[in-house]
Structures are given as C-alpha cells and as structure tokens.
Design a protein around this ligand. Structure first.
Ligand SMILES: Cc1cc2nc3c(=O)[nH]c(=O)nc-3n(C[C@H](O)[C@H](O)[C@H](O)COP(=O)(O)OP(=O)(O)OC[C@H]3O[C@@H](n4cnc5c(N)ncnc54)[C@H](O)[C@@H]3O)c2cc1C
Length: 452
C-alpha cells in the first residue's frame, strides 16, 4: 500500500542518514516541510559521519550491499559537488592466511572485486605472501621483517587490492551535502539538542520534539537519525548498541607522502587494523576492535513508562565533551604492533591526535530503517554499524520508500526492527573483532601533557 508523507516531517540528526533523508524528501515531496535538527551545524565535528576519511568499497559478502555500494559509488563519481573528495586509490584486504572466518570474508570480498572489475581484471591484484603485501606499499626494493625479527608469526600474509575502491574526505563531503540540502526551499535547519520526543498526552503518538529551553517543533512524523545518540531519544532495547572504536593520526613528511603516494587503503581482517594512505600530511589508522562503551542511566524515553523509571544505555563521550581524551593503552599497543610489521618507520612515532569514534552497532550489521514498533509516527534511520557512510546517495530514498510503503521487500526485511530481534551474528558486512566492549571510563587516558 502506498502512503503519502505528512505536510511536515522532523529529521533528528544531520549525519548521512538524516541529510540523505532530508534531501530525498526535498526532491520528491516539495510540498512537505522538512525540519532537520542537529546539536551542531554540519559537518558535526563529533558525528560519526564526519572524519578525515571514510572508505568507499564494493567488497561485501552480501550481494545486496555489493549492488547498493556499486550504485552509490557511481552516483558519487558522477556528482560534481562530491566527486572531487573521492580518492580512488584502491583498497587492500589482507589476513593472516589461516582458515577461519576472516578467510571466508576475504574470499567473498575477492569475488566482489573480480565481479566489479570483470571488464578490467587488472584492477584486482593478488598477493600470495607477506613480501608481496609489504611491497605493494613500499616498493620492490623493500622487505618486511621476518617472524624471527618480529618475535611472533607474521600477520599481513595474504591479500588483494581492489583498485575500484577508495576513500572520501568525509568532512568536506558532508559539508557539500549540507550545502545541497540548504538549497531546497522546503528544508530548514535548527541547531539545538532535542531533549525529547513529545507525545499526545497519555499515548505513544508522537507530535513533535522538545528542546531543553522548552521550545517545541511539531510534526506528524519524527525520523530519528541521531546515530550513536539515538537510544537517549527512543528505547532501542539494545538492538542497536552505542560503542566506539579507536582512531589515531600520525604526521608524515613530504618525502614520506611521495614515498607512499601509490599506497591503497590497507586493512587486515585478522588484526582489525585499517591504514589509510597519506592524506593532507597525515596517515590515519584505526582498529575495528570490540570497542568501548560509556554506560549511563537515563530516564526511560518511553512515553508510557511509569514516572521515575529509567533505562541503562551506552552514550557517546566525544572529542567535544572530553577534548583531552586519548585512546586506551591496549588500543595504542595493538596499532603499534601492526605498524611494526606493515609500516615499520611509523611504529614508534608519537600519535599527533587520537579519538574514539562512536557508532551504532546492530547484531547483524544491517541498518534499522523502520517504524519504531511501540511508537506511532516515529521512524528509525540508524544502526550504521560502521559501514553506512558509502550509501549516503541512496539511503534517504530508501528511508522515504519505507515510510510510504514502497521499499523493496528484501531491503524492508533486511533493515526491519524485527530482523534485529532474530539475528545474532554479524554477517560480515563490516567485520570487527569479537569480544565485549570495555567501559571507556576505566581505560581512557588523557592526552600526553607535552601535547596539551
Ligand atoms: C571509526 C569508524 C570508521 C568507519 N568507516 C566507515 C567506512 O570506511 N565506510 C563506511 O561506509 N562507513 C564507515 N563507518 C560508518 C559510518 O561512518 C556510519 O555508519 C555513519 O556515519 C552513521 O551516520 P549517522 O547519520 O547514523 O550518524 P551521525 O553522523 O553521528 O549523525 C547523527 C547526528 O545526530 C545528531 N544528534 C544526536 N542526538 C541529537 C539530539 N538529541 N538533538 C539533535 N541532534 C542530535 C548528532 O549531532 C549527529 O550529527 C565508520 C564508522 C566509524 C565509527
């Protein structure tokens, strides 16, 4: 059944889910007023969508994401306002060579790469051993340390590069999408923190949002695209959890930039490490670890909850609220242990800056684009699970399609609330290390005194 959109829609959050939804409504429903609300003006410095770089890749274990990523990347490349921020440097996927789940994911990724490069097979490059992996970055004259020199088994042993992938400047492109959203006369922006969703007295029917200063915006539809902050506004019953992973930047010299100018993004499934090539004088590295959580108790956001009832959630503690936070010691050690093997000259270099980057993780790594099952007029567009950025050109249309009842049934199921209740395992779309997130307050460090 096709439904329409109400005359006014609120979108909470101006990250990839929110901006993309606003632009889709802006284009398709010029009569509908869209109120986009964010804590800050985009690009939001501590938003998950904003960073120096995000990978755009088609290498997925799942054909649905493969096709969507291919479609999104083609739109980005054809978009004159965004294409200049996309650097098609290729992406290398490496693992330790053992037969385990990482090998399965690697094999499926390789199939995606071969598929997308079918007309130009040289864009998929294979590496059969750690020497070939190392030389892809450093050139034929260089050799990696041996297991004896490292004092452990080597872990960057087998890989391939998909030269059709690359990275995008996630801050500059989010600014460009924001500028685009502003050109629609039916989209307006408010930069204030939403305190809560408001409901018709005694019901679960949303009528708008309230701010801390008691002011209100009313609407018949509230799209919650608040990323890692979503669980403060609506109860997600832990189906999408807020956690963070560690990121660090190292300064590199002009000579090093030249030396590594042909480097691809290089990621190791077995160790969880991602390394970006030099960009604007820095190399960024991150670890897809089990991550960190910041547990807090908050009043229940459920409109029908008993007075005084509360829920426990994890809530972002970011570079804006805690600017001197420095990644935990175990994260630094893991990053350096990998650098020792794959980028030896950086292994002991001090980090220039670090952060933990907050995200919403669903059990399956599939997004949530659905009505909240217990609330009326409340749509969830979240659960990015560390891989949603690349879909920004298509996500908003999918959110609108879901709202009007026209979302492709396969996607509707994949991104449904209900799917999150029945799936317990990550499907390999955005693989991360196993384990439980650590409590951030117990492991976070402060920026070294000589760097303050
Ligand atoms: C370290 C890391 C690496 C990643 N790498 C990749 C990658 O390589 N490729 C890829 O495709 N994806 C990647 N991702 C995932 C991708 O970045 C996220 O899935 C995506 O950015 C999530 O977007 P969002 O709109 O849900 O969240 P956000 O961008 O965080 O947007 C939510 C917005 O809501 C606002 N907000 C929250 N609460 C309120 C409130 N109460 N009132 C007003 N505003 C509010 C926030 O200020 C924020 O701007 C990565 C994620 C991380 C953390």
């Amino acid at each position: 059944m096709t439904k329409g959109l109400p005359s006014e829609v609120i979108v909470i959050g101006a990250g990839v889910f929110g901006i993309s939804t606003a632009i889709a409504i802006g284009k398709r429903y010029p009569e509908t007023k869209v109120h986009v609300i964010d804590r800050y003006e985009p690009p939001v410095e501590d938003g998950t969508s904003v960073d120096t770089t995000r990978c755009l890749r088609v290498d997925y274990t799942n054909d649905i994401y493969y096709n969507l990523a291919k479609e999104s990347m083609a739109i980005i490349e054809a978009d004159p306002a965004i294409a200049p921020f996309f650097h098609k440097v290729g992406m290398s996927f490496v693992y330790d060579g053992n037969s385990d789940k990482w090998e399965d994911i690697w094999i499926k990724g390789l199939a995606s790469s071969r598929h997308v490069n079918a007309e130009n097979p040289s864009k998929t490059v294979l590496y059969n051993n750690n020497v070939e992996v190392f030389q892809r970055i450093h050139g034929k004259d260089h050799s990696p340390k041996t297991a004896e020199e490292l004092g452990r088994e080597t872990k960057w042993n087998k890989g391939y590069t998909n030269l059709s992938n690359g990275y995008i400047d996630a801050k500059k492109s989010m600014k460009a999408y924001y500028e685009r959203a502003k050109t629609f006369s039916n989209i307006d922006f408010t930069f204030k923190e939403v305190d809560k969703i408001v409901y018709e007295e005694g019901t679960n029917k949303a009528t708008g949002v309230a701010f801390k200063d008691q002011s209100l915006i009313t609407s018949d539809l509230v799209v919650v695209a608040a990323g890692a902050w979503t669980s403060k506004l609506v109860d997600l019953y832990d189906l999408a959890k807020t956690s963070a992973i560690e990121v660090a930047w190292l300064k590199v010299t002009k000579e090093e930039e030249e030396q590594w100018k042909n480097m691809s993004i290089t990621t190791n499934f077995s160790t969880g490490i991602n390394l970006f090539p030099p960009y604007e004088g820095e190399i960024k590295t991150l670890r897809r670890s089990a991550g960190y959580k910041n547990s807090v108790e908050i009043p229940s956001p459920n409109p029908l909850a008993k007075d005084g009832s509360s829920i426990k959630i994890s809530y972002p503690r970011t570079i804006l609220s805690n600017p001197n936070d420095w990644i935990p010691e175990d994260a630094e050690l893991a990053l350096r242990e990998n650098l020792k093997e794959i980028m030896p000259s950086l292994a002991d270099r001090p980090f220039d800056r670090t952060k933990v980057c907050w995200l919403t993780q669903t059990p399956s790594a599939n997004f949530i684009i659905d009505f909240h099952p217990e609330l009326q007029n409340v749509v969830l567009a979240t659960g990015g699970s560390a891989h949603a950025w690349k879909f920004v050109p298509v996500l908003g249309d999918k959110v609108v399609d879901m709202i009007i009842g026209q979302l492709d049934p396969v996607l509707k199921d994949l991104w449904s609330w209900e799917e999150k209740t029945r799936t317990t395992l990550d499907n390999g779309s955005a693989p991360r290390m196993t384990g439980e997130p650590q409590e951030i307050s117990q492991v976070i460090r402060q920026r070294p005194a000589d760097m303050i």
